[in-house]
Design a protein around this ligand. Structure first.
Ligand code: EPZ
Length: 415
């Protein structure tokens, strides 16, 4: 599947943001902690979410879609996660904590690395050991034992490991204290979900979280938070293509670092409680130097999008990637083929903004955000571009082509 984009059209109108897939994925894993039904509202049917539901169904869960809500019941589950499923989606690693807590046993294939880096899971496994798991790793990861409370210090505030350990500790009647937790909004949303299911949690949204779990948790109806990375994609798309766009249904407090960076870069950049209004009529300015960091720093998932937008900014930009080692290389070469003045040096990229990019008929998405970044770069390039391997983009964007078409982009999908 590929996108064909005829660039150079301004974007005008509204771009609505749906629920965050990185919120829905751990929420789906969380449904494993109860025999009751869990309903997650505001889910986009992106392929990562569909794959995660598939994995749960293959373990014995019952699920159905009601509009944009997933209804899931995990009364009877199996603790063996088949290898063909796990390879498909990294988020299946989230199932280790909940399945171990519930059954005292889980066996899963190791999720491999991916295009953005090696992505080890040592922090997840060290934490699960502290919570009672005897962990063996060969072709598969196996956790056995009886969950118990403990103090756990995470050597790095990993989003996924924090989520895994929060879920595991919530199904245990003892007290656990997690130190150096990730504080991303998606983690906070999961903490609130666990409280609604019956766990006692103190320090929500902070690096030190105390959990007093329960032997049984109950069902819940929750709502996924808006996708801050999708919101930023629409914002950067407007910088690339020019235009006058309202990004609606988002929560700008979840990307305040980005708002501070962009407020003086373009003709209008205004935030509201649930929207951003961005106007670009004249060439935008560079944001200056940016380093990716954990929340509330500048998100690594926004980095490829920022790089694409800075290729045509007035001024010089240096971007340093601190989280995923491979996230700069693949796209930079492709942007160069579009006329960008961009140099990669290790985990740092330097961009001298040029007035315009030119189209390229041979772009290739190598991962989700990198693929979206090529699409937005092509929106601002004169002529027709093609972005191959667009299935990577569908992992996290629901019908991106329709949202872009609605605001005037000339984009189509070909098989
Ligand atoms: C989550 O991945 C997101 N995925 C990623 O979104 C996002 O890029 C990332 O957090 C960082 O914000 C989901 O929420 C499903 P981490 P996760 O564990 O949890 C190292 C997207 O495009 N690390 O916080 O896997 C790791 O290598 C994606 O939507 C270890 O060394 O990220 C990385 O350098 C891709 N050992 C850093 O920590 C571990 O055990 C942060 O990773 C775990 C992580």
């Amino acid at each position: 599947m590929k996108f064909r984009i005829n660039g150079g059209k301004s974007l005008i109108g509204e771009m609505p943001v749906g629920g965050a897939k990185n919120c829905v994925l751990p929420m789906l894993a969380c449904s494993v902690l109860t025999e009751d039904t869990v309903i997650i509202e505001n889910c986009e049917k992106v392929s990562d979410v569909l794959d995660m539901v598939d994995i749960l169904v293959s373990l014995g869960a019952e699920s159905e879609w009601q509009g944009n809500s997933v209804v899931i019941n995990c009364r009877h589950l199996d603790g063996d996660i088949a290898c063909d499923k796990v390879g498909k989606i990294r988020a299946s690693v989230f199932l280790l904590g909940p399945l171990f807590a519930r059954y005292g046993y889980v066996n899963a294939c190791l999720p491999g690395g991916c295009a953005i880096g090696s992505r080890p899971i040592d922090i997840h496994l060290d934490g699960l050991r502290r919570l009672g798991a005897e962990v063996t790793v060969d072709d598969t990861v196996c956790c056995r034992g009886q969950v118990h409370g403990n103090d756990v210090y995470l050597r790095f505030p990993s989003v996924g490991a924090t989520e895994n350990l929060l879920m595991c500790a919530s199904l245990c009647e003892e007290t656990t204290v997690l130190y150096n937790c990730a504080c991303e909004p998606e983690v906070t949303a999961l903490e609130k979900m666990l409280v609604s299911m019956g766990a006692e949690i103190y320090g929500i949204g902070t690096p030190v979280v105390t959990i007093r779990g329960r032997k049984k948790l109950h069902g819940v109806r929750v709502r996924a938070i808006p996708d801050r990375i999708v919101a930023s994609t629409y914002i950067f798309a407007t910088l690339c293509a020019g235009g006058d766009v309202w990004v609606t249904g988002c929560n700008p407090r979840h990307f305040s670092r980005l708002n501070r960076m962009l407020k003086d870069c373009t003709d209008t950049y205004r935030t509201y409680s649930d929207a951003v209004h961005i106007v670009k009529k004249h060439r935008h300015k560079s944001t200056g130097n940016v380093i990716t960091a954990v929340y509330p720093g500048f998100a690594t998932d926004m980095q490829p999008l920022l790089v694409a937008a800075m290729c045509t900014a007035d001024g010089k930009t240096a971007v340093t990637e601190k989280l995923f080692e491979n996230r700069l290389k693949a796209n930079s070469l492709q942007l160069k083929s579009m006329g960008a003045d961009i140099t990669v040096n290790g985990n740092r990229v330097t961009i001298n903004g040029v007035a315009k990019l030119k189209a390229s008929d041979n772009l290739c998405a190598t991962d989700l955000r990198g693929g979206a970044a090529l699409v937005i770069a092509a929106l601002g390039a004169e002529g027709e571009s093609t972005v191959n391997n667009a299935h990577h983009i569908e992992r996290g964007y629901f019908r991106l082509q329709d949202i872009l078409k609605n605001v005037g982009a000339d984009i189509s999908v070909c098989e």
